[in-house]
Design a protein around this ligand. Sequence first.
Ligand code: FAD
Ligand code: FES
Length: 285
Amino acid sequence: MTAMPKPGAMPDPMVPRRFRVRKAWDEIDGVATMELDPVDGPQIAFQPGQFNMLYAFGVGEIAVSISGDAARADTLTHTTRAVGAVSTAITRLKAGDMVGVRGPFGSAWPIAEQEGRHIVFVAGGLGLAPLRPAIYHVLNNRDRYAGFTLVYGARSPSELVFADEVKDWKSRFDTEIEVTVDHAAPGWTGHVGVVTTWLDKTLLTVDPATVSAFMCGPEIMMRFSAASLANAGVAAERQFVSLERNMKCAIGFCGHCQYGADFICRDGPVFRYDAVAARLKLKEF
Ligand SMILES: Cc1cc2nc3c(=O)[nH]c(=O)nc-3n(C[C@H](O)[C@H](O)[C@H](O)COP(=O)(O)OP(=O)(O)OC[C@H]3O[C@@H](n4cnc5c(N)ncnc54)[C@H](O)[C@@H]3O)c2cc1C
Ligand code: FES
């Protein structure tokens, strides 16, 4: 018989643990990445696609996806854009500063279930951060997948995150990577145009029956990308998206992140596209 834990022995999912910033750096203007070490207890183990609640002491708490490699047990990585008070405080943390962490929470990219298939990642802007752990998983286990494609778009070249790393991925012989911007800038020699233009082109070169697609970015980008995938013949049940909504408890308790019949924190953030497609067509308010 399984022994029951003593009352109080289970960690309270509402109580943040203290983590110390080991390293922090700016990715692009207003977006920073940090690596965290636990002050007490073990490092957080997570699955690609999951998120933590990060608490900036005295300011507040927000949901942020884990952007590092799940196979690296020694570090916890988050990449955050400054949009309001809490996210700005998080992006300003420096090595040695403390941050509260609760998690990991939510569903994961079902990447291991897609072994043997051609994986197509579609990322828009900072949407590359929640996808990055799944990308690492495929690249670390590349022989288990039939193909690797990443189509990554941003508004301008200065808004491309992880640009050097994307170049490294592109230099491998076993990846296909298309990077595009909506508006070029002096010195930009890459693609110009929306993500779906390059997604459509790349889908002409693969067998759609073998494709599993993972998308993260603005909802309009995910909707149009899903339409491109469907037009090319990629099965609806092989398309996955990650959604964001305002969160408070992150444990399916407060109702803040309710999305139709689902709570994004508990049932998401990763969903099969056909499970949320009808709701994505509704205007947000
Ligand atoms: C599951 C999940 C994963 C997330 N992962 C990440 C991540 O990896 N990196 C990251 O930077 N953020 C991520 N977010 C978004 C992050 O939680 C919000 O940016 C944050 O809550 C904003 O809080 P704030 O107090 O700084 O700003 P607020 O005061 O709450 O908002 C300031 C302004 O920014 C707008 N805003 C809020 N959220 C966003 C957003 N996501 N995009 C654009 N504008 C927004 C608000 O409407 C408001 O106008 C994630 C959210 C969820 C639910
Ligand atoms: S954040 Fe409370 S139910 Fe999801």
